[in-house]
Design a protein around this ligand. Structure first.
Ligand code: BES
Ligand code: MN
Ligand code: ZN
Length: 490
């Protein structure tokens, strides 16, 4: 598929499908739309009347245009109220256009959407992201794709001539999102600590980042007992990954991104109970996938900020070597942890990852983790939980989320709840009671960050989509990549 920007107007465009965004109060067709309706012998008005199209966001309508017309089909995409349009609304409208064009087997698609807040750069980027992410299909593990792809071959953004740079940036961002999606959706017999390390190597080689891989012995030397406790039962070696992007010249900021990297989480010996579906635990490296996806994008965009990308990658397995419920682990900052639940393993791996990261002397740390089912219960499948003691970094992330369309909601770091994590024998347990389980997980992580501004994102919900949702198809979403890139570039 080729994406292009053009100044050809919607009156002059020719091709298979012309998709036009309409606001709720814009369906009475003024200006050039009245001219277009005339040119199409009244088809636009008829389509609006026949389908009772109201222009609400999510509304779509499409119809064949009489032969002899310069376009084959005309599609209407609802944008909602003009004053309520968000940048992600533009992205979703673009994805709706692309999905319609694919369904209707249109090879060429012209998209006509209004600029968001008169910003053609951000609008171009959002449209391009919406199209590319909606049309991405992962068929790597099928011997034959379910359906013929029917992908549009050429998509043109009408009215955005000259925005080639924004278009290019969007495709670089999408490359990172798609990498993250493919890492998350790949099965755990394919994506494991070794292949995650290979992916980091490829990113380093392709985009000029430096890579440090700490092997098990290196982690032992650093005293990473919490991470290694989790890794013990796996037949595969753990890999602690540290990618560094350094700009030419003095960096404007120094940042770090840490991702939970459990390529499979069986739960360990306190086996997964209840309705926690173990077969979905290939997604438990979603934080690491977003981290690697962001590393790829930063490597492509080459901004003037230094960014470190860290993930302690392993599997949580069962075997005679497995850590036992009741074991006490010592993390690399010397703190001791009584493991009362081996299924609360993510926070153990993150503990050592955060201690390592803080020693890098960065200005801010953000971690992303598919950390708790409790966060999914609290916020559902679309929204990540945000915890931070630092209002500045929290505000930065909320602004980045607004731009990227990846939803986050700030949650409390209620210190009192940490009382439930007190251990009789060690400095802390790794699990509190079920109530407030996402909060106590965040409080646990906080024990491993001393003074660097830090934020934690629990992405257990949005890492995977059970239903098609805008530009996310069913499956891995690549959640976090665009959010992280927006944050790093701000
Ligand atoms: N990887 C899971 C969390 C998870 C749940 C991710 C659902 C994606 C979807 C995590 O390691 C886990 O098992 N958490 C436990 C913690 C509990 C034992 C304190 C949970 O949420 O049940
Ligand atoms: Mn677990
Ligand atoms: Zn886990």
């Amino acid at each position: 598929m080729e994406l292009r920007v053009t100044d050809v107007s919607r009156l002059a465009w020719t091709g298979d499908c012309l998709a036009i965004g309409l606001f709720e109060n814009g369906i009475d067709l003024a200006g050039d739309l009245a001219d277009l309706d005339q040119q199409l012998a009244g088809t636009l008005k008829e389509l609006i009347a026949d389908t009772e199209f109201k222009g609400k966001s999510g509304d779509t309508a499409i119809t064949r245009v009489g032969s002899g017309s310069p376009i084959r089909k005309i599609a209407l995409i609802g944008l909602g109220k003009a004053d309520g349009l968000k940048l992600d609304g533009v992205r979703r409208a673009a994805s709706a256009s692309a999905r319609l064009a694919r369904k209707e087997k249109c090879k060429t698609l012209g998209i006509s959407l209004p600029p968001w807040q008169n910003d053609p750069v951000l609008t171009t980027q959002a449209i391009a992201e919406g199209v590319e992410l909606a049309l991405h299909q992962d068929t790597r593990f099928k011997s034959e794709p379910d359906e013929k792809a029917n992908l549009p071959e050429q998509v043109e953004l009408l009215g955005y001539g000259g925005q080639e740079a924004a278009l290019h940036q969007a495709s670089q961002i999408c490359a990172g999102v798609i990498l993250a999606r493919e890492l998350v959706s790949a099965p755990p017999n394919v994506v494991n600590p070794l292949t995650m390390a290979e992916t980091a190597q490829a990113i380093a080689a392709d985009h000029g980042l430096s890579l440090e891989i700490l092997e098990q012995e290196d982690c032992e030397k650093l005293g990473m007992g919490a991470f290694l406790g989790v890794a013990k039962a796996s037949d595969l070696p753990p890999k602690f990954l540290h990618l560094t992007y350094k700009p030419e010249g003095t960096p404007r900021r120094k940042l770090a991104i840490v991702g939970k990297g459990l390529t499979f989480d069986s739960g360990g010996l306190n086996l997964k109970v209840g309705n926690s579906s173990i077969e979905m635990m290939k997604t438990d490296m979603g934080g690491a996938a977003a981290t690697l996806g962001a590393a790829k994008v930063i490597g492509l965009l080459k901004p003037d900020v230094e960014v470190h990308f860290i993930s302690a990658v392993t599997e949580n397995m069962v075997s005679g070597r497995a850590m036992r419920p009741g074991d006490i682990l010592t993390a690399s900052n010397g703190k001791t942890i009584e493991v009362n639940n081996t299924d609360a393993e993510g926070r153990l791996t993150l503990a050592d990852a955060l201690v390592f990261t803080e020693k890098l002397g960065v200005e801010a740390i953000v971690d992303l983790a598919t950390l708790t089912g409790a966060c999914v219960v609290a916020l559902g499948g679309d929204i990540a939980g945000l915890w931070s003691p630092d209002d500045t970094i929290a505000a930065q992330l909320m602004a980045a989320a607004e731009r990227s369309g990846e939803k986050i909601w700030r949650m409390p770091l209620e210190e009192k709840y940490f009382e439930g994590m007190k251990s009789v024998v060690a400095d802390m347990k790794n699990t509190g009671s079920r109530e407030g389980g996402a909060i106590t997980a965040a409080l646990f992580l906080k024990q491993f960050v001393k003074e660097t501004p830090w934020a934690h994102l629990d992405i257990a919900g949005p890492v995977w989509a059970d239903k098609e949702n805008g530009y996310n198809s069913v499956g891995a979403t690549g959640y976090g990549v665009r959010l992280l890139v927006n944050w790093a570039l701000a």
